[in-house]
Design a protein around this ligand. Structure first.
Ligand SMILES: NC(=O)c1ccc[n+]([C@@H]2O[C@H](COP(=O)([O-])OP(=O)(O)OC[C@H]3O[C@@H](n4cnc5c(N)ncnc54)[C@H](O)[C@@H]3O)[C@@H](O)[C@H]2O)c1
Length: 341
């Protein structure tokens, strides 16, 4: 069965959603909406769907199997609540919401309506990160006790996404959800966070770099290092680099999609570069292929064939951790999470 979908938000990143939906069997976007009718019309013409400029009108008319929300976070709560009333499944872009109260209300609205909520958290679906997760879960490095994850670049993200220059808590709210989700996927729930921020770029309103130290429930610790003004040649964006160590071995994810595994007294190196989608191009293929991988998974999850990765309920923990990191940076203190996240 082909799931009938409706997309809300015809902006910068939604092109990736639409290209990926078009390449996948099992789902078809039949309607698109943007509050800017010019953008909705352009998407409708480019991707073959019916355009709308009001989400409530579209969902009431289409009653889709799922709603794919690709707007920025101020609109996520009302749109997820709307989707919970009018569709049988909802997918929301990160960050889940602006406040923890909104995020909790969104998860509750979908749970009450019996509508599955997935969060478009595609970094854990990037081919190199999937390879690291698979190696860790195979047990070959034993129990992980240390993670260092680095997302540092100087790519001009403000060109395609000008609103970021004015985004409050910029690095933590934009890239924080991605790196906290990857850390939780690799190291488990988080009990405490200590975070420091830096504002490096004079063009932007809020801190564009952070260093977060996590204490995980199982005893492991993580150091997450992010910056939007770190110059390297060649430019590393959008790669995440990491090292994860366990009692039996270590894994390094190195620049250029090289995965190096130290285990059993030997070292092995693998190429974990993703393929370039037919509609994609390097170096964006890392992100583009991850959107295909996430949405392929979303079709299976919406059909009840596998648990969502991540669900709204799981991503609520990542979002609580993001807000705790912001509070830590503001107060200069470590913040304990009341429920493990
Ligand atoms: N997962 C990733 O790798 C990734 C990458 C980039 C952006 N994002 C996320 O995607 C989301 C969108 O980012 P973007 O850069 O594409 O933003 P954008 O501003 O380019 O696009 C958002 C679009 O949504 C529309 N919109 C807003 N509220 C609406 C409403 N109530 N009804 C209908 N349309 C509405 C806007 O008019 C705009 O066209 C953000 O949450 C961002 O954090 C994720």
């Amino acid at each position: 069965m082909t799931l009938k979908g409706a997309l809300i938000g015809c902006g910068f990143f939604a092109h990736n959603h639409m290209q990926a939906w078009a390449e996948l069997d099992g789902a078809q976007i039949i309607a698109v909406c943007d509050r800017d009718p010019v953008k909705a019309k352009a998407f409708a013409e480019a991707y073959g769907a019916k355009p709308f400029s009001d989400a409530a009108t579209m969902l009431a008319e289409i009653e889709p199997d799922f709603t794919d929300i690709a707007t920025t976070s101020p609109s996520h709560r009302p749109l997820v609540e709307l989707a919970a009333r009018h569709s049988r499944g909802a997918i929301c872009q990160k960050p889940l919401a602006e406040t923890l109260e909104d995020a909790e209300a969104m998860v509750a609205a979908c749970a009450t309506a019996g509508v599955p909520l997935l969060v478009h958290e595609n970094f854990r679906w990037q081919a190199p990160i999937r390879a690291v997760i698979d190696h860790v879960r195979s047990g070959m490095i034993g129990k992980p006790h240390f993670l260092r994850l680095s997302f540092r670049h100087a790519f001009d993200i403000y060109d395609g996404q000008p609103y970021l220059a004015q985004t409050e808590d910029l690095a933590l709210m934009d890239i924080g959800p991605h790196v906290f989700d990857m850390a939780r996927a690799l190291m488990g729930d988080v009990e405490q966070v200590y975070c420091q921020t830096q504002k490096l770029n004079r063009r932007v309103a809020a801190p564009d770099a952070f260093l977060a130290q996590l204490q995980h429930a199982g005893g492991g610790i993580s150091s997450l290092e992010c910056s939007f003004l770190s110059h390297y040649q060649p430019e590393r964006f959008p790669q995440s680099l990491l090292v994860i160590e366990g009692n039996l071995g270590s894994i390094e994810l190195l620049e250029g999609f090289r995965l190096r595994v130290h285990a059993g007294g030997t070292v092995s190196e693998f190429d974990v570069e993703p393929p370039v989608p037919v509609w994609g191009e390097k170096p964006w293929h890392l992100v583009q292929e991850s959107v295909v991988a996430f949405q392929r998974h979303a079709i299976r999850a919406l059909n009840g064939k596998e648990p969502g990765q991540p669900t709204g309920a799981d991503n609520l923990k990542t979002f609580a951790l993001t807000r705790a990191a912001i509070a830590s940076a503001a107060t200069g203190t470590a913040i304990s999470l009341s429920h493990s996240t």
